[in-house]
Design a protein around this ligand. Structure first.
Ligand code: GLY
Length: 363
């Protein structure tokens, strides 16, 4: 499946195909870029796929410098970015060169940031290897490193030249990481496309069993939905906020639990439940709309209840949301499956009550 991301002179394609990593060299050659490349990845991913990608690039005539970064969020620091810049210089990358980000969301973020800033911007190709990165982080050009004050505070919009999604690689992900990525898939269905949501409902079992044709179709569907949003609002002036569904409360949950208790997708799943219940309280959504979301999240093995949460700390974290405008935090609400609305100035008592429901017995 090839999905165009329509952004004028910054347009690119998302290729979703089993075995796509073997084709990176030929596909990069088609773009007419310079011969120097830097393959940015972490040790674990390099062990699994480094050779495949490097071989494909070299057989298409590219010179490859491999740049290893730490695994996960520790990769997203200024010190790591500086090491990458040094490595790019040493490998003689110039303005026609390409940085390839092979890995999960953290590798994509830091490699994208390095590509956005080195020589005022060089090509970046995203080669995402987690579900989360395949359906969300690799598409749309958001790049970032962290600041001690908050995650993703320093960054740039820098669209990739190509996103190559190989759905076969997610079959080797640890179970928890695989399921965590499914939260973004469910999110896309809830706020963007009722038919897609119904498809995920129908195929939840083979999806969880990682049946490859189903994984490929569902991941491709999610990429298409995200591409459509990015094409209409590249810089997140309004519509792109829709992708934040479940994340306003989800990010706050991650922050108050020190990023250790929940995987990102688990926090997003709980955020979706709380924000769905908020919509019910505000008279925006029906109970059946809320229950369908909870049922699907539970069916794909994501949490829909959590105890011991500190509502005051969560509310305080919400007010620090990066998406706030002049202190007003935008909430995405789903009035029905396949639709959304943006709401500002939500009553903190309604948020507290929705959070309390996370600790009640699941139905
Ligand atoms: N992950 C949300 C966005 O790309 O806008």
């Amino acid at each position: 499946m090839v999905i165009p991301v329509d952004l004028g002179s910054r347009s690119y394609r998302i290729v979703v195909e089993s075995g796509a990593l073997d084709t990176v060299g030929a596909r990069l050659a088609e773009l007419g870029v310079g011969k120097h490349t830097a393959l940015v990845s972490d040790a674990a991913i390099l062990r699994l796929y480094g050779k495949t990608v490097a071989r494909s690039l070299e057989s298409a005539g590219f010179a490859v410098a491999t740049v290893e970064v730490p695994e996960g969020e520790p990769a997203k620091t200024l010190a790591v970015a500086a090491r990458c810049w040094d490595a790019l210089l040493a490998a003689r990358l110039d303005r026609t060169s390409t940085v390839l980000a092979l890995g999960g969301g953290a590798v994509g973020d830091v490699a994208g940031f390095v590509a956005a800033t080195y020589m005022r911007g060089v090509n970046v190709v995203q080669l995402p290897t987690t579900v989360l990165a395949q359906v969300d982080a690799s598409i749309g050009g958001k790049t970032a490193i962290d600041h001690p004050a908050a995650k993703n505070l320093i960054g740039a919009f820098h669209q990739p030249r190509l996103v190559l999604v190989d759905p076969a690689v997610v079959r080797s992900l640890p179970e928890r990481e695989f399921r965590s990525g499914l939260a973004e898939i469910v999110k896309h269905g809830i706020v963007l496309d009722a038919d897609y949501f119904a498809e995920v409902e129908r195929d939840a079992a083979p999806l969880c069993a990682r049946d490859l044709p189903v994984v490929e179709r569902i991941i491709g569907g999610s990429c298409r939905l995200k591409a459509g949003v990015v094409a209409r609002d590249e810089r997140e002036s309004e519509l792109r906020h829709v992708l934040n569904y479940g994340h306003t409360i989800g990010h706050a949950l991650e922050s108050v639990t020190g990023y250790t208790r929940f995987a990102h997708g688990e926090a997003v799943a709980l955020g979706i439940v709380a924000e769905a219940r908020l919509a019910l309280r505000l008279g925006v959504a029906s109970e059946e709309t809320v229950l369908r979301q909870e049922r699907l999240l539970a069916a794909v093995g994501l949490p829909v209840r959590a105890s011991g949460l500190d509502a005051s700390a969560i509310l305080a974290a919400i007010t620090r949301d990066k998406k706030a405008r002049d202190g007003r935090v935008p909430f995405v609400l789903a009035p029905k499956i396949g639709a959304f609305q943006l709401t500002y100035d939500v009553d903190p008592d309604a948020i507290r009550a929705a959070l309390r429901e996370l600790a009640t017995e699941a139905c």
